[in-house]
Design a binder for this molecule. Sequence first.
Ligand SMILES: [Zn+2]
Length: 96
Amino acid sequence: MTCGATVRTPQGSTTAGGARRTVCAVQRQCSRSGCAEPASVTLTYQYRVAVVWLDDLTGEREPHGYDLCARHSAKLSVPNGWRLEDRRPVGLRLAG
Ligand SMILES: [Zn+2]
């Protein structure tokens, strides 16, 4: 895998602006404001059933999800009456 590598448009290409794109879309940043850590967890929730899910970072950004770094996902707390379900593999789960 060449995660994080970028592809530059070859010189002489008709593509305007010397466009480049990221090959691997997985590398994303934590959604918490002020946090520059790379995201490792995707948080999704369903309001109707009051459940919050934590999953391994999804390949594509979830339209209704939040990407969190390990630190922020570890100290995540859910509102009163909500249930937190950590669906990540047990081996990677942090205590608590
Ligand atoms: Zn964070």
